[in-house]
Structure formats: C-alpha cells, structure tokens
Design a protein around this ligand. Structure first.
Ligand SMILES: [Zn+2]
Ligand SMILES: [Zn+2]
Length: 78
C-alpha cells in the first residue's frame, strides 16, 4: 500500500499526491504497486485548484478587456 495524501481545494476539486511508495513499489523497477492506495492525510486548502485559479484569472482578464473595449467605444462615460 502506497501512501497518498489528498488536497481538497475550495472549489471542491481534490488532488491525490503520492507521499511514499510502499515496499512492493520500491522494489519494482517501474514503482508499480497493485495494492490499494492508503490515504494518510487530507489537507484542506485555502484556495481553488490550479486549473480553477487559471480559469478565474482568464475570466477576470476577459472582463477587463471587455471593460476597456466598452470605455473605448463610450468615451463620454469614462
Ligand atoms: Zn503500494
Ligand atoms: Zn478546481
């Protein structure tokens, strides 16, 4: 059983990361292990996962561009 930890992001996504290989995986050249994964820790994160953060960043950027375009086409309303 290899040890895993789980990261739970604020967007409710979660990531599994390998913490340490068990004996069997360590002795296998490809670190292959057929045993069940053992979850050692659950970490509650204080932010969204990378892909959600990236989506949010792009959404905000698109909004900024939309606002800039709006200002450009409405010079009197600045
Ligand atoms: Zn294992
Ligand atoms: Zn996410």
């Amino acid at each position: 059983m290899c040890d895993y930890e789980e990261f739970i992001w604020t967007c409710q996504h979660s990531d599994f990361r390998l913490k340490s290989h068990c004996h069997r995986a360590r002795n296998n050249p490809g670190h292959i292990c057929n045993y069940v994964k053992r979850l050692r820790h659950c970490w509650d994160q204080t932010r969204a996962c990378d892909s959600c953060e990236e989506n949010e960043r792009q959404r905000r950027e698109a909004e900024t561009h939309a606002m800039a375009a709006w200002y450009a086409s409405n010079p009197g309303h600045r």
